[in-house]
Ligand binder design. Structure first.
Ligand code: ADP
Length: 248
């Protein structure tokens, strides 16, 4: 195909909070079909990077191109979702009084036009999409249960599924395994691996064991800049990384 490997590219982006540069001339790329983690000490600029990609914060200078053409820095949050970038925030935000299935239906209908929202029934293709998604997140058995009755991990997977119903090319996740049990973490890692077969996944994470198990690429940020990038194995060997971060 003529599409480049990179789904997202930032060129010298700076995010300036009244003189303080949370991100400082950062060049950064995310490739297709990749589980890409962003790590670094507190205050490194990781959250700000996700904020700027999804339109929740603004760059003062620089450019972010998506799918080789669109400059995201000029777009609203909704326009960015329409372009194919969806973010799951850390705090769960499923509709507790609706079933698992109904939550997914809502997410699907948000993606579609008003006409299909008015239409009472899902067509066969929609039904299949919803069933496939339930299967992917392992909640087929729970589909008629209220979302509020789910375990913490299950709620997080439902939320990832709701993000996926938007059919994004790039999924942004903030610490997806926070508060999870060991077995929930493993399931989440496996889910993310499956998601990355079709999409790029960019994850801010503090848990180095999780990063080690599931990363294709790791970017280490420090003081708003890229300190190092590579496989987790290379990251762990790098002396600068050990100094500012891992070797604490
Ligand atoms: P990380 O996610 O790596 O811990 P953040 O991106 O949250 O880092 O923050 C980077 C730096 O920018 C921090 O020093 C933080 O205090 C600062 N910062 C973040 N958001 C704002 C804001 N809205 N106004 C001022 N400073 C901010």
């Amino acid at each position: 195909t003529s599409k480049s490997q990179a789904v997202l590219k930032s060129k010298k982006i700076t995010v300036d909070f009244s003189g303080f540069k949370a991100i400082n001339e950062l060049d950064f790329e995310v490739n297709r079909n990749t589980v890409h983690f962003v790590i670094g000490p507190n205050g490194a600029g990781k959250t700000t990077l996700l904020d700027v990609i999804c339109g929740n914060a603004r760059v003062s200078t620089g450019k972010i191109t998506f799918n080789d053409k669109h400059d995201l820095t000029k777009m609203s949050e909704n326009e960015i979702v329409d372009q194919g970038i969806s973010r799951k925030f850390q705090a769960p935000s499923v509709f507790h009084h609706l079933t698992v299935y109904e939550n997914l239906e809502i997410a699907m209908k948000q993606k579609k036009n008003l006409f299909s929202i008015i239409k009472a029934n899902n067509n066969q293709e929609d039904e299949r999409k919803l069933e496939d998604m339930l299967e992917l997140i392992g909640l087929t058995e729970e589909k008629d249960n209220l979302a509020g009755s789910l375990a913490h991990g299950q709620k997080q997977w439902l939320e990832i599924a709701m993000v996926l119903m938007q059919e994004p090319d790039l999924v942004l996740l903030d610490e997806p395994i926070a508060g999870m049990s060991k077995s929930e973490r493993k399931k989440t890692g496996e889910l993310i691996t499956k998601v990355a077969k079709e999409r790029a996944v960019l994850i801010v994470e503090h848990d180095m064991d999780f990063v080690k198990d599931y990363a294709d690429v790791v970017t280490v940020m420090h003081e708003g800049q890229l300190l190092f990038e590579g496989s987790m194995e290379d990251v762990q060997k790098d002396s600068r990384v050990r100094e500012v971060y891992l070797g604490r």
